[in-house]
Ligand binder design. Structure first.
Ligand SMILES: O=C(O)CCC(=O)/C=C/C=C(\O)C(=O)O
Ligand SMILES: [Fe+2]
Length: 315
């Protein structure tokens, strides 16, 4: 089995509230580097770790993580809607392998996913049906959140289970780094919002458009400096990237939910997807980072990063 990893931030504001052309060009360069890396690696299976933003998972049942044997995208923020090309046999095999290794995995036979899953597939592969994928939801938004050590355990178990497949597997993490976008919070929510977060009523097109406009306006306000959102934290973001690059993944076991939220904002927990992806790669042997890009981009409300990593040649 051959393995590689990519971490890629996502933002619903890409293309809607873009930064200055030089920043945009630097991001495009970094993304092109990641695309070339993926093309050269030529994966025949992508294990995609991504969060949800109350489009697929709700408080009626909110697992810490969940693997899909089938998945459909809702098409939020202009992202593609429809079926992802899930490799159901590989998904079932990984699910069995994870459960055999003592990690209590939830499995969905029809997962609903949003831009968190779709953006990286569109950016790196040009669509949601271009490559066999195993989608793995990692809760990075809905508190309470469990210990980060369990996300590392999940990533490790999936990596070990994938290692017995005769495949070229790309572990892909979607989200982060520090950012505090306006995602609804259950605690203190008015009854109508709380009910939507618990039950998951699909929004009408008008409701969805209003929610998306609220996020776009928040991006404009954030870039203009008029907001109470937690600032992007380049020092913390680089600590996260340094930790992943160094391979000292056990360090993350000491990262508390409170510390991550205080340093990186309410959606900083999306870095759990990166931790899972790198733990999976680490489970197949030692690795090295081949590219790393970082920029704080207030227009996208994102500490925005792209990283690629491959197995060491002499493992
Ligand atoms: O209706 C809403 O409020 C939707 C909010 C939402 O989906 C925001 C998403 C933000 C990100 O995905 C991000 O910055 O990571
Ligand atoms: Fe997100």
């Amino acid at each position: 089995m051959t393995a590689a990893a990519v971490g890629l931030s996502h933002s619903p504001l890409i293309g809607r509230n873009d930064p200055a052309p030089d920043v945009l060009a630097a991001v495009e360069d970094a993304v092109e580097t990641a695309r070339s890396f993926v093309r050269a690696f030529d994966p025949d299976l992508v294990v995609l770790y991504a969060p949800d933003h109350y489009n697929g998972f709700f408080y009626k049942e909110m697992p810490p993580f969940c693997l899909a044997t089938e998945a459909n995208a809702v098409g939020d923020f202009g992202s593609a809607a429809g079926a992802l090309s899930v490799d159901t046999d590989a998904a079932r095999s990984l699910a069995r392998g994870v459960l055999d290794r003592g990690v209590d995995l939830t499995v969905s036979a029809r997962m609903t996913v949003d831009h968190g899953f779709v953006q990286p597939l569109e950016v790196l592969f040009g669509g949601i049906d271009k490559v066999p994928v195993v989608p793995v939801f990692v809760n990075g938004v809905a508190t309470p959140l469990g210990p980060v050590s369990r996300i590392r355990a999940l990533g490790t178990a999936i990596g070990e289970a994938a290692a017995v497949l005769d495949r070229r597997v790309l572990f892909l993490g979607s989200g982060g780094l520090s950012h505090d976008p306006p995602v609804p919070v259950l605690d203190g929510a008015p009854p109508r919002v709380a009910d939507a977060l618990i039950e998951g009523h699909p929004p009408t097109p008008e409701q969805r458009a209003r929610g998306e406009e609220r996020v776009i306006q928040a991006g404009r306000d954030y870039a203009a400096g008029s907001t109470r959102m937690v600032p992007i934290n380049p020092a913390w973001d680089n600590l996260v990237l340094d930790t992943l690059e160094s391979g000292r993944l056990t360090d993350v076991d000491a990262w508390t939910v409170e510390w991550m939220g205080a340093e990186g904002g309410g959606s900083a927990h999306e870095v759990r997807t990166w931790i899972a992806a790198f733990a999976s790669l680490a489970a197949t042997g030692s690795y090295r980072t081949t590219s790393r890009f970082y920029a704080p981009i207030p227009e996208w409300i994102a500490g925005f990063a792209v990283t690629t990593a491959e197995q060491e040649p002499n493992r």
